[in-house]
Design a protein around this ligand. Structure first.
Ligand code: RB5
Length: 156
């Protein structure tokens, strides 16, 4: 279960991040704020790096990333080993990303969904356990795949 997490956003997700922080604390989960700290324009990769980097290194059980759409954050976060970032702008995806994919970084789009839906997505994501079983082997295959590609990379 996710008992502590780190949350970060760019300007496109800033207001949603600020509203979710208190909500998550009330659910009993400790939340570290990785920025951004106001709505000035910034590069989302900086915050994906902070959040996904810390999850990758095992400093937090999970992370939440928010940008305008969620797309840039999810693309960047999935570059990190052991990070399974899932862009979930609805509740069904949030549940499935935990049950089947053991997602450890939840990504949402601050310009796509409203505050109430975002809260329900977070509540679902935090409360849904990984099913394990056949999904465990598949997740391990993802890590093996990235190692293989790095080792086998060639420039033609
Ligand atoms: C910023 O304008 C926007 O591009 C960013 O928040 C995000 O949506 C990128 O994927």
């Amino acid at each position: 279960m996710i008992e502590n997490l780190i949350i970060g956003s760019d300007h496109g997700g800033f207001h949603l991040k600020e509203s979710l922080r208190g909500f998550i604390e009330k659910l009993g989960v400790k939340v570290e704020n990785a920025g951004t700290y106001d709505d000035s324009s910034v590069n989302y990769v900086t915050y994906a790096d902070r959040v996904a980097g810390d999850v990758s290194r095992g400093r937090f059980h999970g992370g939440i990333l928010l940008c305008g759409t969620g797309l840039g954050m999810s693309i960047a976060a999935n570059r990190f080993p052991n990070v399974r970032a899932a862009l979930c702008n609805d509740i069904f995806l949030a549940r499935m990303s935990r049950e089947h994919n053991d997602s450890n970084v939840l990504v949402m789009g601050g310009r796509v969904i409203g505050e109430e839906l975002a809260r329900e997505i977070v509540r679902t994501w935090l409360g849904t356990p990984f099913q394990g079983g056949r999904h465990m082997e598949r997740i391990q295959s993802i890590e093996n795949l990235s190692v293989c590609n790095v080792k086998g990379a060639s420039i033609e």
